[in-house]
Design a protein around this ligand. Structure first.
Ligand code: CA
Length: 668
C-alpha cells in the first residue's frame, strides 16, 4: 500500500456522511461522459477538451519538447457550460508534440498540468505527449490475449516489483529494473538456475501482479543513473506507464511500447498480468493533476475544508462524485483495452465506494470476462465516506466479482504484522486455530467455524470463495523470511524453512485465491526492513543465488502450485460446496493447540480424489493425529510434496506429524 504502516483495522468509527455546504457545491457540477477527454487526433486534426466546470479561463500550451523550452503556441479554450468542458482544436495531427493545460480559477492562474488523461508523457510526466498509440503495438498485438480464467479460485498470484525481480547482479538479466526484463528468455543465475520469465514458468504461477506501473512521482526519470527505488504508491499520471521502467523515459512512445512487450511476453508464456492501481490518493495535494484541472472536486475534504486523509498519504480521492467515479471506471477500461491487462489490485479499496467498485468489475467483464479485480478491503485512516458505502472487506458480499485480501489468514498464520516478534499458528503460537479456519473456508459461512472466535472479522463476510485472496505476506511489512527470522530468533534455520513451507501450504490449500510475494519461493528477504518502499536495491532485490541455496524450498513451492492446479478440490467455487465438502476433524485446541485437520470430501469440485486429508501442525513439537483406516496416498509429509501422491502410502490410524509441517493424504 503506502508510505506508512497500513492500518488493517477496519471500519474505523466515523460520523455518518453529512452533506456539508462545502461538499454540496460539487453536486451541481456538470459532468462529461464522452470518451474524447483532453486530447484526441482524427483526420480533421488535434482536439483538446478539458473538464473544468468552475474555471474562468483555460489555455492549452503546445510544445516541441517534453520538458524544456517555451510553448510554440498557446491556444485559448472555449467553455461549454452544459458539460463543464473547455475545447480547442488545431487543424492538423500534432504527433511528436507535447501539451499542457492551464486553468484560471478564483482570479488565479494555476500551474501547468498535463491533465488527468495523458496517455503518454515526457520525462517525469510534466507534459502530455501526442503519439500514435497504434505505433506502440508489438508485432502480433492484435491477437494477444491473456489466459482464460474460468473461476478466480483458479488464479495463482505472484506479486512483484520490477526491480526486485531483476536488479540483483545474479539475475543474469540484461534489462535490469525494466519492463523488458520479463521479455528475456533463457536467463539464468550465476549458478545456472532459471531466472526471469523462465523462473515464473518453472514455478507454475498463473498471474503476475506488478506493483504500480503507471507514472509515479518519486523516481527522477531524468537521472536514472541514481538507481532510485520506489514501490510507486505515489501516483502522478494514471494513464501512462512509469518512465523509469523504460529504456528511454524521454521518448514518450518507448515506455508504452516496452510495457506492451512485457505483457505480450507474459501472455505468450501463458501468464496473466495484474496491475496494482492506486486511485485512492495522489502523490501531491495542490500540485496533483486533479487539483490543477478541477480544484477541490476530485479529493475529499473535511467539513473545515482541510484535506481528508484516509490513505495516510496526505489526501484521499472522491469516487462517490460522478466525474471521479467515471474516471476510475474509464481508466481501468483503458488499461484493459490498450494494454490487455488481466486484472487490477485496488490499493486501499475501502476509500472507494462499493458502487464504483461494482461498476469497475461490471465494465471490465464486458471487455474480458477473465479480468480479476481484488483489493485491500480497508482504509489507512478515517474518511467522510460512510462505512456502509466503503468497499471494505466486511462489505465484499455487497459487491459482485470483487475479491478482498484476507488479513484474517495472514495474521493468524505468521503472527501479527505490527509486532515483529509475534508468532502465529504456523510458528507455535496457540489460540489462532479458529482464525486460520476462517481463512481455510475463505470467510464463507461454515457450520464448524465459529467466526466470533476469530481475531479479525467476526462474521462470515464472504458469500463465495471467489471473494477472498489468501496470503501470508506481500510487499508491505516484513516479508515471510524476515518475519520468521525475527519471530523464531534462536531456532535453527531449518525450522524457519519448515514453517515457511507450512505457512504457504495453508495459503495454497485454502479455499479462495492464493497470493504470494515474489522471491519467497527462494527464501528472499528484505534484510529485516518492513517498510522498504524507498530502500535501495540492496534491500529489495532478490538474490538469485538463493535459488541454489534453497532449492528444496523452491521445489516445495513448485509442488504447491502443481497440486493446486491438478486438484479442483482446493478451488471450490461456492460457499455451499465448501460447507458440504470441507469437514474439519474434531480436535480440542486447548489440549492439542496448533493442530488443524480437515477433509475435502465427495470428489469435491469434480476432483479425481474422493477424499483429501489436510493436517496442519504449527507446533514446535511433533503431534499425533488419528486418521481413519484405509488406503491413503501420501501427498505431502515432513517438508516434502508430491502432487500425484507418490511419496508413499499409509493405512491411517495414529500418525505423527512433525513440528511445523503439513501432512496431506489422498484417497482415490
Ligand atoms: Ca514517473
Amino acid at each position: 500500500m503506502a508510505w506508512v504502516l497500513p492500518l488493517c483495522a477496519v471500519g474505523v468509527a466515523s460520523p455518518s456522511w453529512a452533506q456539508s455546504d462545502y461538499d454540496s457545491r460539487f453536486i451541481s457540477y456538470p459532468t462529461y461522459g464522452g470518451n474524447d477527454l483532453e486530447m484526441t487526433v482524427d483526420k480533421e486534426g488535434t482536439h483538446f477538451r478539458l473538464w473544468s466546470p468552475k474555471a474562468e479561463e483555460v489555455v492549452v500550451n503546445l510544445y516541441d519538447n517534453g520538458h524544456t523550452g517555451s510553448p510554440f503556441s498557446t491556444l485559448p479554450m472555449k467553455f461549454d457550460a452544459a458539460n463543464g468542458t473547455w475545447t480547442a482544436s488545431v487543424a492538423k495531427p500534432l504527433y511528436g508534440k507535447f501539451y499542457t493545460f492551464r486553468v484560471k480559477q478564483d482570479g488565479k492562474w494555476l500551474n501547468e498540468t498535463p491533465g488527468v488523461w495523458a496517455k503518454a508523457v515526457g520525462v517525469n510526466g510534466k507534459r502530455a505527449a501526442i503519439i500514435d498509440l497504434n505505433s506502440t503495438d508489438p508485432e502480433g498485438w492484435n491477437n494477444d490475449k491473456g489466459p482464460e480464467v474460468k473461476n478466480f479460485s483458479d488464479v495463482i498470484v505472484y506479486e512483484m516489483h520490477h526491480r526486485d525481480l531483476s536488479m540483483h547482479p545474479s539475475s543474469g538479466i540484461a534489462n535490469k529494473g525494466k519492463f523488458l526484463a520479463l521479455t528475456e528468455e533463457g536467463t539464468v543465475s550465476t549458478a545456472g538456475e532459471k531466472t526471469g520469465i523462465d523462473h515464473l514458468k518453472e514455478l507454475g504461477i498463473t498471474h503476475v501482479h506488478i506493483l504500480p506501473s503507471y507514472d509515479y512521482n518519486s523516481v527522477d526519470e531524468a537521472n536514472l543513473w541514481q538507481n532510485t527505488y520506489n514501490w510507486g504508491y505515489d501516483p502522478q499520471n494514471y494513464n501512462a506507464p512509469e518512465g523509469s521502467y523504460s529504456t528511454n523515459p524521454s521518448n514518450p512512445a518507448v515506455r508504452v511500447k516496452e510495457m506492451k512487450e512485457m505483457i505480450k511476453a507474459l501472455h505468450d508464456a501463458g501468464i496473466g498480468v495484474i496491475m496494482d492501481v492506486v486511485y485512492n490518493h495522489t502523490a501531491e495535494n495542490e500540485g496533483s493533476n486533479f487539483e490543477l484541472t478541477a480544484p477541490g472536486y476530485y479529493h475529499r475534504h473535511r467539513n473545515d475544508g482541510s484535506w481528508s486523509d484516509a490513505s495516510g498519504c496526505g489526501n484521499e480521492t472522491a469516487s462517490d462524485r460522478k466525474q471521479m467515479h467515471d474516471y476510475i471506471v474509464n481508466s481501468v477500461k483503458y488499461w484493459a483495452d490498450e494494454y490487455h491487462i488481466d486484472g487490477f489490485r485496488f490499493d486501499l479499496m475501502a476509500i472507494h465506494d462499493t458502487e464504483t467498485m461494482n461498476d469497475v468489475a461490471a465494465e471490465l467483464k464486458k471487455i474480458n470476462p477473465s479480468i480479476f479485480v481484488y483489493g485491500e478491503g480497508w482504509t489507512a485512516g478515517d474518511s467522510p465516506l460512510a462505512p456502509e458505502r466503503r468497499a471494505l472487506k466486511e462489505n465484499v458480499s455487497k459487491m459482485k466479482d470483487i475479491a478482498v485480501f484476507s488479513d484474517d489468514l495472514r495474521d493468524a498464520v505468521k503472527g501479527h504484522y505490527t509486532d515483529a516478534s509475534d508468532r502465529g499458528f504456523a510458528t507455535g503460537k496457540p489460540g489462532l486455530e479458529e482464525t486460520v479456519k476462517i481463512g481455510i473456508v475463505a470467510a464463507t459461512p461454515h457450520p464448524q467455524v465459529d467466526f466470533k472466535k476469530g481475531n479479525n472479522s467476526k462474521f462470515p463476510y464472504a458469500a463465495s470463495p471467489e471473494m477472498i485472496v489468501n496470503y501470508v505476506s506481500c510487499h508491505d511489512d516484513l516479508c515471510l523470511t524476515d518475519k520468521l527470522r525475527k519471530s523464531m530468533a534462536g531456532e535453527p534455520e531449518e525450522n524457519m524453512l519448515a514453517a515457511a513451507k507450512l505457512a504457504q501450504t495453508i495459503v495454497f490449500t485454502s479455499q479462495g485465491t492464493p497470493f504470494m510475494f515474489a522471491g519467497e519461493e527462494v527464501f528472499r528477504d528484505k534484510k529485516g526492513v518492513h517498510n522498504s518502499y524507498n530502500q535501495p536495491d540492496s534491500i529489495n532485490a532478490i538474490d538469485w543465488n538463493n535459488k541454489t541455496k534453497y532449492r528444496d524450498l523452491f521445489n516445495y513451492y513448485q509442488g504447491l502450485t502443481a497440486l493446486r492446479k491438478a486438484h479442483p478440490a482446493f478451488r471450490m467455487t461456492t460457499a455451499e460446496d465448501i460447507a458440504r465438502n470441507l469437514v474439519f476433524d474434531k480436535i480440542d485446541s486447548k489440549k492439542t493447540p496448533n493442530l488443524i485437520s480437515y477433509s475435502l470430501k465427495n470428489h469435491a469440485n469434480g476432483d479425481e480424489w474422493k477424499e483429501i486429508k489436510v493436517i496442519l501442525n504449527g507446533a514446535s513439537t511433533p503431534q499425533d493425529v488419528k486418521v481413519k483406516g484405509g488406503k491413503w496416498k501420501i501427498v505431502a509429509s515432513d517438508g516434502k510434496i508430491s502432487p500425484d501422491g507418490s511419496l508413499g502410502t499409509s493405512e491411517g490410524g495414529t500418525l505423527t506429524v512433525p513440528a511445523y509441517s503439513a501432512l496431506i493424504l489422498a484417497q482415490e
